[in-house]
Ligand binder design. Structure first.
Ligand SMILES: NC(=O)C1=CN([C@@H]2O[C@H](COP(=O)(O)OP(=O)(O)OC[C@H]3O[C@@H](n4cnc5c(N)ncnc54)[C@H](O)[C@@H]3O)[C@@H](O)[C@H]2O)C=CC1
Ligand SMILES: CC(=O)C(=O)O
Ligand SMILES: [Mg+2]
Length: 603
């Protein structure tokens, strides 16, 4: 079932070939003069050629010398490197925020240059615009606020959303990331300040999936906050009221979804960082009506499954051994339960039996091991709750240490949001694992919420482990030239491809089959040689390439299910007759690339 065909080794050179042939088409602009200079979508700063300055009424509004895009890029990177030098030795949070500020200023001024800088320096810049720094930015959003980005729909806008949606200046929107700020990374309820997450996710969409930045829309649904500290903060920019609950809450989300799909029926909506009860409820409510998915449940599940399959291969075993792996999942929230149900489905497909598929999985939450004896057992966790009769030596609520000692798992996977729960004792206990190569996935974000650090994992659990974390860590030097490889197990490897594949297929819904195709594509991406070294996921430097492959797999799955209605000029028949290679090239062709387009003014 898992096709492990290696993709062409020249994957990066093919990416470059596809981009180098891209000639920028003209871009219609409905403004002139300073209005253009103040619009980051069109602004080229000193890069406007003289003829364009004439055409657009810019002559005299800029210093006379025309600076090339490459020169502007170098100038920006020089100032970034000076900032790095000048902030050396300062606390990490100060440096991180300074870097975020310089990038944010460019984002606000000139998006073309910003996205080129982001794409070309994705390994260095992703930790600033995405996890971990985006968490710090959200925590400090009200104080850092200078200008709005995206749209804000609040509980006070009830009845107005259908008209408000037309306030957005773009004619077309393809990709929306929506949050209600109720569970931002592992940082809890940050209310309106959570808007930083949709912004960061959509930056990744532009960088990885080549979604045109004029067609993205970050959205905050502000239904209040239960964070007392924020409610009392004089700078807080959100509604000062407790969160709406029940039908009142759902009616706000319903109204937003209707409004969006009235104006842009083909837009894909990604739900992000909703607290668990609403994450599941909204997914269930909308997935058969709109083209939407929940990244924390579904995107994370695919990335984790790819990593789990990779860790079986890292043991030198075939994927047929996956059902025998003992896997302890710590965290029974939206992410943990999403991972577990996807992994259990994969086992069921392999073994042909649903009944026994969950037997090697152990689930813990803040109250320890979850069994059928759990009082007020959450129905979402119930399918994974252990029958006390079948877990000799373990009881309801057993601690993580007890579970690890007893189960001797092959994999310890954390999605608890709690930093350090894989403590020294737990990691040392993993040395007694039955596995030849235990795997540790400390997937919680941001860095301080990771269940353990990479250094601690290799130090306490042994040098033979495979390690992955949600936020980036440096590789660990183990001495004698040996390196403990650190993987980033983050849904960023899938959500851009899921969104892009759904968009360019013109699918009305995102099905389990499309999500499974995305996970299988990621799982098959790495070579045996890489996997043997403990490298489970591609380098972030090749994120555009992996996203194109994932997008193509999603598209092909949509075609196979008869859901692909086509996109732009390309109809469903054409999509259905594309070979695998042609599908990847079609996906690439639909990616936006940051170059200055000639601007043509139209009234
Ligand atoms: N790496 C990635 O791609 C992703 C990472 N995450 C991270 O996963 C974390 C959890 O996210 P959600 O599931 O949405 O949160 P959630 O709030 O829905 O669930 C958290 C779960 O952890 C449990 N928990 C809390 N303290 C614990 C402890 N001391 N020991 C064991 N379990 C404990 C809770 O009981 C709950 O079941 C967050 O930090 C988030 O950043 C989420 C999605 C993707
Ligand atoms: C990565 C992500 O989606 C999260 O930590 O919530
Ligand atoms: Mg998330």
């Amino acid at each position: 079932m898992w096709n492990l065909t290696r993709f062409a080794s020249s994957r990066l050179s093919r990416t470059r070939r596809l981009f180098s042939s891209a000639i920028p088409g003209p871009c219609i602009v409905h403004k002139r003069g300073t209005d253009i200079l103040h619009d980051p979508w069109f602004n080229k700063d000193t890069g406007f050629p003289l003829t364009e300055r004439d055409r657009l009424g810019l002559r005299g509004l800029l210093p006379p010398r025309v600076i090339s895009f490459e020169h502007q890029y170098d100038r920006f990177m020089d100032s970034y490197h000076s900032l790095e030098k000048n902030t050396k030795g300062q606390p990490d949070s100060v440096v991180a925020l300074a870097k975020w500020r310089i990038l944010n200023r460019l984002h606000d001024r000139n998006e073309t240059l910003y996205y080129r800088a982001l794409m070309d320096n994705i390994k260095d810049f992703a930790p600033i615009i995405y996890t971990p720094t985006v968490g710090l930015v959200c925590q400090n959003y009200s104080g850092l606020f200078r200008r709005p980005r995206g749209m804000y729909f609040s509980a006070k806008d009830k009845g107005e959303m259908m008209s408000m949606i037309y306030n957005w200046p773009a004619q077309q929107v393809d990709m929306i990331v929506l949050t209600d700020g109720s569970r931002i990374l592992g940082l809890g309820d940050l209310g309106v300040q959570g808007i930083g997450i949709p912004i960061g996710k959509l930056d990744m969409y532009v960088a990885a999936a080549g979604i045109n930045p004029q067609r993205i829309l970050p959205v905050m649904l502000d239904v209040g906050t239960n964070n007392q500290k924020l409610l009392e903060d004089r700078l807080y920019l959100g509604l000062r009221q407790p969160r709406l609950e029940g039908e009142e809450y759902l009616s706000v989300v319903d109204e937003f979804m209707e409004a969006v799909h009235t104006r842009w029926p083909k837009a894909v909506v990604q739900f992000e960082d909703f607290q668990m009860k609403w994450a599941f409820e909204t997914l269930d409510r909308y997935r058969k009506r709109f083209c939407m998915f929940n990244d924390d449940i579904q995107g994370t599940a695919g990335v984790a499954l790819a990593g789990l399959l990779g860790s079986v291969r890292a043991q030198g075993r075939s994927l047929a051994n996956f059902p025998d792996q003992k896997i302890v999942v710590v965290g029974a929230g939206s992410a943990g339960l999403g991972v577990l149900s996807t992994a259990v489905q994969a086992v069921a497909r392999m073994t042909g039996s649903h009944e026994t598929a969950a037997q090697n999985f152990f689930l813990l939450d803040k109250d320890g091991l979850i069994t059928k004896e759990r009082k007020n057992l959450d129905p979402a966790a119930a399918p994974f709750a252990k029958d006390p009769g079948q877990i000799v030596g373990l009881r309801e609520g057993a601690s993580l240490l007890e579970v690890v000692k007893k189960v001797k798992p092959d994999v310890l996977l954390g999605l608890s949001g709690v930093g350090g729960v894989f403590n020294e004792e737990v990691l040392k206990a993993l040395r007694e694992s039955g596995s030849t190569r235990p795997a540790i996935f400390a997937m919680s974000n941001p860095t301080m919420n990771a269940e353990c650090t990479a250094a601690d994992a290799f130090k306490h659990a042994g040098e033979n482990i495979v390690f992955a974390s949600g936020s980036p860590f440096e590789n660990v030097q183990l001495g004698n030239g040996k390196v403990g490889y650190v993987n980033q197990a983050n849904n960023m490897y899938l959500f851009p491809g899921i969104g892009l594949g759904s968009l360019v297929s013109g699918a009305r819904f995102i099905t389990d089959g499309m999500l499974q195709a995305a996970a299988e594509c990621l799982a098959s991406y790495m070579s045996d040689e890489e996997i043997q070294k403990g490298i489970l996921y591609p380098s972030i430097n090749s994120i555009r390439h992996i996203t194109a492959e994932v997008g193509a797999s999603v598209l092909r799955a949509a075609v196979a299910e008869g859901l692909a209605e086509g996109h732009g000029e390309v109809g469903p028949n054409e999509l259905a007759h594309m070979s695998k290679e042609e599908t990847v090239e079609y996906v690439f062709r639909n990616m936006w690339f940051p170059v200055y387009s000639p601007l043509v003014h139209e009234k």
